[in-house]
Design a protein around this ligand. Structure first.
Ligand code: ATP
Ligand code: MG
Length: 497
């Protein structure tokens, strides 16, 4: 019961109820106005018709009353004839007016017209040629102007001019009422009007119900979405305003759902990053601590052992430093709102600087490291810090992958769109199936996992640096032959090829 009452309450306060009330009220007002206009026009038409029909009535009556009027306008003879006429048609009111329109004889039962007058202009208007009907005049007894018939007469012994005035107002009213009551046309018209009113009422209510139902569906979808059902969508059957609103809701829901999925993915990656990093930090730290304790606890350490322990400590410190560097680069790349600090620079110079930086490491590994290419190539435009990081990562990878006696080259050459730089080595190479995977965050090849080196961040950082610059990174590798990783940097403006 209470649920029914709640539903009823919701319906009363609904948009549908308000639209329905406004619609039905306007429909009713419109019908009343239309009926009023129709009736008044009908009334006017009927008066015109009756006056046209009875325009000669006064003339005919004047002829009948002539003997009486000759005896005098208010003579007994005239009264006798008037009584006779009234007995035949009681709805006629007869008056004799003087030449100015003042009543000099009133043959009605109430004799209310004595002392009254009729506008002479109205009398003359009806007597004129081709009068515009209906001509209305206020009856000598007062009341609203009505239709009449008039004839010029002479009366009394002096044959004074005057008018015989026949008031047709009550005749017209009687015929109108009779017509409304008995006319089949009127009845059909009223019935047709009521039927049209009913049909348009029902049609409007059904149509509004269908219209507001689509709104309700949209509201339900929005509510479900707000409650966390992000897969909620609405059907868009038509391209009207509601259809477009539903389409916009679907688009918005799609965008929010995609953004949520992206947020979840970022969150997952962040958790994975923290888990991986804690592992990557712990391993060198444990090793560092182990060597440091060894040096501290043992009183007598041979110079060879000390050198080995200190070397291992330095290696682990380097590994931690590299990890910290990778992380700071990654953090910079993750801050998407931070713009790149692009500047023009010579890629050849940067390549030489990097080779200089890694030369001691290459020397230790017994790998030859050199730059190949024209040192006077045009300048490029990019974020110098990030490109330095990317090339360092590539050279580090190449050195790690190349056994003693091998070589690593930084090859520079000029292309149409910019300067291409490739880090090429003749090292162990990457298995074909792993090439597409090595740029994923934390991905390490099976061989490198076995050797326990690296964190798998380097190439994913290089890829992201290329993406931020709009450059493509290409990796060609054959196992046992070597690897070539290249990127193309755009020319600095004004320094094109
Ligand atoms: N030139 C190369 N030749 C052979 N294997 C390579 C080469 N470059 C990268 N790899 C392998 O691809 C994988 C991904 O490299 P990436 O640089 O992303 O990680 P990493 O070198 O293991 O760690 P990090 O660079 O973060 O210290 C690694 O396993 C690495 O050994
Ligand atoms: Mg690496």
């Amino acid at each position: 019961m209470s649920a029914l009452l709640r539903r009823l309450g919701r319906l009363v306060h609904s948009l549908y109820a308000r639209i329905a009330v406004v619609y039905l009220t306007s429909l009713l007002l419109l019908s009343v106005a239309a009926a009023w206009i129709a009736i008044s026009q009908f009334d006017q038409l009927e008066r015109e018709f009756l006056q046209r029909q009875e325009i000669d009535l006064a003339d005919n009556l004047a002829r009948v009353m002539r003997p009486g009027l000759d005896a005098g306008a208010d003579s007994d003879a005239a009264r006798e004839i008037a009584r006779h006429i009234a007995s035949i048609n009681p709805s006629l009111s007869l008056y004799v007016l003087d030449a100015e329109g003042a009543v000099i004889a009133d043959f009605t039962e109430s004799a209310c017209g004595l002392g009254g007058r009729v506008e002479r202009d109205s009398l003359e208007a009806l007597l004129g040629e081709d009068p515009m009907l209906p001509v209305l005049a206020a009856s000598p007894c007062g009341g609203r102007p009505g239709i009449f018939s008039v004839a010029r007469i002479v009366h009394g012994e002096g044959q004074r001019p005057g008018y015989l005035y026949v008031d047709l107002t009550s005749a017209s009213r009687a015929s109108m009422v009779a017509m409304l009551r008995t006319s089949s046309i009127t009845r059909t018209l009223v019935a047709a009007g009521l039927l049209a009113l009913l049909i348009s009422g029902i049609f409007g209510l059904v149509w509004f119900a269908l219209l507001t139902r689509r709104f309700s569906q949209l509201t339900t979808a929005v509510q479900r979405f707000a409650e966390g059902d992000y897969g909620e969508r609405v059907a868009v059957p038509r391209d009207d305003e509601i259809g477009r609103l539903a389409g916009a809701f679907n688009d918005m829901a799609g965008t929010i759902e995609a953004q949520l999925a992206a947020l979840r993915e970022t969150d997952r990656q962040r958790r994975e990053l923290v888990a991986n990093l804690s592992h990557d930090f712990r391993t060198p730290l444990t090793s560092l601590r182990g060597y440091a304790e060894q040096l501290l606890e043992r009183d007598e350490v041979s110079p060879g052992e000390r050198k080995r322990a200190l070397g291992a400590i330095l290696d682990n410190a380097d590994r931690l430093t590299r990890l910290a560097e990778q992380l700071s680069t990654q953090a910079r790349l993750d801050a998407h709102d931070r713009p790149l600090a692009c500047e023009p620079f010579s890629l050849a110079e940067l390549a030489h600087d990097i080779v200089g930086k890694f030369q001691p490491q290459a020397g230790k590994l017994g790998v030859s490291l050199q730059v190949v290419g024209d040192p006077s190539l045009p300048w490029v435009e990019a974020d110098l810090g990030l490109i330095d990081r990317a090339l360092s990562n590539l050279v580090e990878n190449a050195l790690h992958a190349t056994p003693a006696g091998g070589w690593v080259r930084l090859e520079l050459d000029q292309a149409r769109e910019g300067v291409r730089l490739a880090v090429v080595d003749n090292g162990i190479g990457i298995a074909a199936g792993e090439v597409p995977l090595v740029t994923q965050r934390f991905y390490r090849t099976r061989g490198s996992q076995a050797r326990g080196e690296g964190s798998g961040l380097g190439l994913s950082i290089v890829r992201e640096i290329c993406e931020r610059h709009g450059m493509t990174l290409s990796i060609d590798s054959r196992q046992g032959v070597g690897t070539r990783v290249s990127l193309l940097l755009p020319y600095a403006s004004g320094r094109g090829a």
